[in-house]
Design a protein around this ligand. Structure first.
Ligand code: NAD
Length: 436
């Protein structure tokens, strides 16, 4: 099948490669010329495990191409997928302007029957709005004949950055929201080769399934963080509690890791957009208010913990491990780690950071006073405390003897409990986690 993917970011590129790997011909379009130039040369514009290898293989056999010019590839498209960003606005609602622009571009160029598939995460009603924009552009061009031939479907994306390529091939389910049998079948055909549950729903239900899934996972995280705050100092350990409750099949073990809270491009926007959507429709979604509040408070509580141990922070030296919002990605959008580094700098701390992949992306948002180091040990060298803000597995492999001797004070504040089982007190560290 011929697929055009509009938006070649974390979702568009990884799923574009996934569809190409299944034997479809994929043209990825993006307005970012630097990104497309990089991709044309076979380089991934962001870090995702396995991405460059997959890119090289599929580019070589012509299964995937990259362009900034939608008009050059739209002619052969049976399916046009839209995976542009829908970032939060200051009022909490999703900014749909990129999606609307993409819809207008499609409507201005399309000359044949096609199925439009929205992959971006959007509030309910958006897919139908996208269809209207396309239809109205077609009408303006005098192509009324095409208006009823354009179909829309919602196929929300559930991949996790850091394991996006595997997630594409082995999703828990593929949700397809459409109006007609042909659209359902076309989308199922595009996924041929993937064994999963294909769930057919209305377009509106598909939009809601994505948003409600993310909101539920965010709620689990805020729940375990509340438990962590309550148990601290009681002799209980939130990791044991999470394990114990996670063994209950009705609860499940995932997304029960206590720490400094969730970030990324999905959870924060989805939670605030759903709350705001409910509000516009006259419903006060109280649970989500609490999920957001608890998430923000986790960072504050962690920061207060640092102050309570170190006292005045001005001119103190602190090392930081981890900047990305989670391991195995260089994505720093809404990252709790970035927020905490900014708070430290605001308090006059001399901060040195290390992250295995996200230092490039972080450099553009962190204050210029932040120093970047090339190894975890260097980041902590001469520091009065070390903060672990992202649970990169490689941090566990560091020589903690060397670390201890390079720090002025061997104090570790672990915002992810990533080193909690290493028994670092035994080596002379003062170790402070979350809910331990
Ligand atoms: N990142 C994730 O883990 C994830 C997971 C599931 C769903 N989502 C959702 O998927 C959507 C995309 O997220 P992302 O993280 O890939 O965003 P991203 O910012 O990484 O990528 C979006 C890309 O779209 C391009 N773009 C914008 N307007 C365009 C246009 N008119 N024509 C062509 N290209 C255009 C941008 O230049 C950018 O490269 C969002 O709605 C997001 O909420 C993201």
């Amino acid at each position: 099948m011929n697929i055009v993917m509009i938006g070649t970011g974390y979702v568009g590129l990884t799923t574009g490669l996934g569809f190409a790997g299944l034997g479809n011909r994929v043209a990825c379009v993006d307005t970012d010329t630097a990104k497309i130039a990089k991709l044309d040369l076979g380089h991934a514009p962001f870090y995702e495990p396995g991405l460059e290898e997959q890119l090289e293989a599929l580019q070589e056999n012509g299964q995937i191409v990259f362009t900034t010019d939608l008009s050059s590839v739209i002619g052969s498209a049976q399916v046009l997928m839209i995976a542009v960003q829908t970032p939060p606005q200051s009022n909490g609602q999703a900014d749909l302007s990129h999606l609307e622009t993409a819809a207008e571009q499609i409507g201005n160029l399309l000359e044949h029957e096609a199925l439009i598939v929205v992959k971006s995460t959007v509030p309910v009603g958006t897919n139908r709005r996208v269809l209207q924009i396309i239809q109205s552009s077609l009408s303006k061009r005098g192509r009324e004949d095409l208006v009823s031939l354009i179909k829309i479907a919602s196929v929300p994306e559930f991949l996790r950055e850091g394991s996006a390529l595997q997630d594409f091939l082995a999703p828990d389910r593929i949700v397809i929201g459409a109006d007609d049998e042909v659209s359902f079948r076309t989308i199922e055909q595009m996924h041929e080769g993937i064994k999963s549950i294909f769930l057919r729903t209305s377009i509106e239900s598909a939009e809601f399934i994505k948003v409600a899934s993310n909101a539920f996972l965010a709620t689990k995280i805020s729940f375990i963080n509340e438990i962590a705050n309550v148990v601290e100092g009681t002799g209980a350990d939130v990791r044991e509690i999470a394990h114990g409750i996670g063994l209950d099949k009705r609860i499940g073990p995932l997304f029960l890791r206590a720490g400094i809270g969730f970030g990324g491009s999905c959870f924060p926007i989805v939670v605030s957009a759903l709350k705001s959507y409910a509000g516009i429709n006259g419903y006060d979604f109280r649970l989500l208010n609490a999920v957001i509040e608890v998430n923000n408070r986790q960072r504050e509580l962690f920061f207060k913990k640092i102050v309570s141990v170190l006292g005045v922070l001005k001119n103190r030296k602190i090392g930081v491990w981890g900047l990305s919002f989670k391991p195995d990605t260089d994505d720093i959008r809404e990252s709790a780690a970035i927020d905490i580094v900014q708070r430290l700098v605001g308090a006059g701390v001399e901060v040195t950071v290390f992250d295995p992949k996200a230092m490039g992306t972080a450099a553009s948002v962190l204050p210029s006073s932040v120093a970047f180091s090339t190894t975890p040990i260097d980041a902590a060298s001469g520091a009065e405390a070390l903060l672990v803000l992202t649970e990169w597995p490689e941090f566990r492999g560091v020589s903690f003897e060397t670390l201890k001797s390079s720090m002025i004070e061997p104090i570790i504040f672990d915002g992810r409990n990533a080193l909690a089982d290493l028994n670092l007190e035994r080596l002379g560290f003062r170790y402070i986690g979350v809910g331990l």
